[in-house]
Design a binder for this molecule. Sequence first.
Ligand code: ATP
Ligand code: MG
Length: 578
Amino acid sequence: MRYSKVLIPTLKENPSDAEVVSHRLLLRAGFIRKLTSGVYNYLPLGLAAIRKVERIVREEMNRAGAQELLMPMVQPADLWKESGRWEQYGPELLRFTDRHEHESCLGPTHEEVITDLVRREVHSYRDLPLNLYQIQTKFRDEIRPRFGLMRGREFVMKDAYSFDASDQDADVSYQAMRDAYHRIFSRCGLSFRAVEADTGSIGGSFSHEFMVLAATGEDTLVICQACSYAANMEKARVRPPAGGGDEPVLLALERVETPGKRKVEAVTEFLGISPQQLVKTMVYLVDGRLVAVLVRGDHEVQPVKLKNLLGAVEVELADDDRVFAVTGVPTGYLGPQGLAIEVVADQEVMAMRNFVIGANEKNFHLKNANVGRDFSVAQSADLRQVTEQDRCAVCGGQLELTRGIEVGHIFKLGDKYSRAMQATFQDSEGVEQPFVMGCYGIGVSRVVAAAIEQNHDEHGIIFPLPIAPVQVVILPLGAKEAAITTAAETLYEELGRQGIEVMLDDRDERPGVKFKDADLIGVPYRVTIGKRFVQEGLIECRRRRDGQTETLPMTGAAEHLAGLIRAELAALAVPGRV
Ligand code: ATP
Ligand code: MG
């Protein structure tokens, strides 16, 4: 690859509409260009990085026994009606009607299409297990497409689907994918963690997310310092409150004036109590109806836990006007006593005694409230967000909260789709059984963005070697000197022969410009050929990641560099199970 022949439209300035570093750098390094909201052109270097990730994914999926196929992007509504997701999926599913009045959608995921294919083509337990995958463009009409490749509307995904004859066999398939994912992200050179995750609208019985660790990640992960427990915030279990001890005397309920005090801090400060002695009443819009959720003053509701408890499709915080219209109580003074809507409580609240709640009246709260005596709740469960003050739900160890980016998600689906869509096979006794399924996604284009979030500095991208669009860039400094140009051409050819992905910066540019661009596009190794070569036959090789620099004789340089690269790649390949 010759720099002068490739479209690499680098930018000197930071694009104003890019909020996160990967978005900024992908634009500045000339990897992507926006077409419209959440939809990007992948330019040559951007595509090269995506292809590198795809290649690793493909190799490891094939090694795990999965077979590649390619399904259509346009999907008929009928299949989605069969699975029940036509109604359930929400506005992210881009729906349209074609000229024959057939309802269709653009595939955000392919459970329906693959289940339809397999129910038509696979009939016997003898054909199982089966794992089929594709690497394909997905479309999700995200409400807030943002951060470049991180959350696009159109993006590249690897999606795989497994079909098994029994639950135990499905667990084996799931474990094989889990292992393959560990190999994939290790081979990509990323620092990552697998965490327990919620199953969301895809449904199913259990699931793990693979998170690239990065301070800028959108997701919060909870990691136990003592055992192997790790979960995302939506799923992270809270230990039930410790019971036992002396039951305090229930004090008489007391109405107190709290003028203008609406926020937890204001009320507790005014009353001289701690937030642990107050229960706040949060109102959520749950599939169109209002539900009040009680949590302790210093805790936050976890909406996904609420959604799961109520078996709801959509849960969001209700706006103040709506709450006022239904309850007649201004925000800040809501409480569970006599409230006209359903009340559910976090498990912690059930163990509290003599606490403060809103009085359902402007400027008033109630002291010494108690569940059961003063109000009742329809249900209680673990409904709140874990905090760093909590202990691990499994072993009681110290928890750490850290940020990550979801790059992969695996689900054990069970028979959710096969039952709904009547996808069955004949078992060894000749009885029709629904397939036991799993599904496994990787956000291929997001992996590139996540790699940059995790690996960059003020000069630009620091690509992990395995997914860098080019591995080595050669900078001849002093383009007018024939000896330098010739040496650069020779090294370029030799590295190419060694199977190294190399770019020759043959542009007639000042050294400063070449250095800057090489750093910006994040090439892992940079070789400079300049004055020292003319004088002493020496060239300089610098590693982007840590700036480590070696001066080498030109003779044997290609073999040496190729050896380094091969060793570095080999060290990232992890064998076997996790
Ligand atoms: P998120 O929670 O980030 O919206 P998701 O849980 O909806 O993602 P899955 O259905 O699990 O996503 O899709 C599989 C993978 O596809 C995700 O792990 C993620 O890496 C990637 N992905 C999902 N949505 C997007 C998007 N809008 N842009 C880029 N990649 C995405
Ligand atoms: Mg997911």
